[in-house]
Design a binder for this molecule. Structure first.
Ligand SMILES: [Fe+2]
Ligand SMILES: [Fe+2]
Length: 209
């Protein structure tokens, strides 16, 4: 059983440098468990929203299998596997949840694709609700616009097919573990990327350099 020190303060304003070092160390100590927690969200997709001919879980495996078969990077394969993990707790903005989970470990491009995939997928159904199916064109001209369209076309919208081969989770597990073993925000290299990130983790990662 891992041991954790505790801070002395009861109000953050009273915390000392030593206190915050304890918080930092404990955060780091917890890091190896992140992949497991994320996979628990993936597991939940076995029962969430059973509208389709396959489960949301199987959809995720198909998506990752397609990405791998297309020769995508390991990062993109994991992104395909995890792009819908928000479905059980944030179905209306599930893209944002998955994107936030992945952001410290992936490139700006991968983050952008996952963040916007929900809106881009709307192309396939928004018009059935009397809405503009081309809402994604709000982002036309963005450097990752086409990449997000391609992700949705090749790995997402087509991955609802019981006949499609899907590799088991065990096949992708080493990839997931390697991704979450990355130093958070190490893929974040440009100042522009930095400005788009408001998290404490990013600030701390930058401060250490
Ligand atoms: Fe989705
Ligand atoms: Fe999906």
């Amino acid at each position: 059983m891992a041991s954790y020190k505790k801070v002395s303060f009861t109000r953050m304003a009273d915390g000392t440098a030593a206190d915050y070092q304890i918080v930092m160390n404990n955060t780091r100590q917890d890091r190896p468990h992140i992949a497991g927690h994320v996979l628990e969200l993936l597991e939940k997709l076995k029962t969430v929203n059973p509208s389709y001919q396959i489960t949301r879980y199987h959809h995720s495996l198909e998506s990752a299998t397609l990405a791998e078969a297309a020769g995508e990077s390991e990062e993109m394969i994991v992104a395909a596997l995890l792009h819908d993990i928000g479905d059980s707790v944030a179905p209306e903005n599930h893209s944002a949840l998955a994107a936030a989970v992945l952001q410290p470990y992936v490139s700006e491009r991968t983050h952008w694709i996952v963040l916007h995939h929900g809106l881009f997928q709307g192309y396939h159904y928004l018009h059935h609700f009397g809405k503009d199916r081309n809402l994604r064109d709000t982002f036309k001209g963005h450097e990752f616009y086409q990449a997000c369209i391609d992700f949705c076309a090749k790995y997402d919208q087509c991955a609802f097919d019981p006949a499609l081969p899907a590799k088991p989770l065990a096949h992708f597990l080493p990839m997931v573990k390697r991704l979450f073993a990355r130093e958070p925000f190490s893929a974040t290299k440009t100042a522009r990327e930095g400005r788009s990130i408001t998290s404490l983790g990013y600030a701390v990662a930058q401060a250490k350099q």
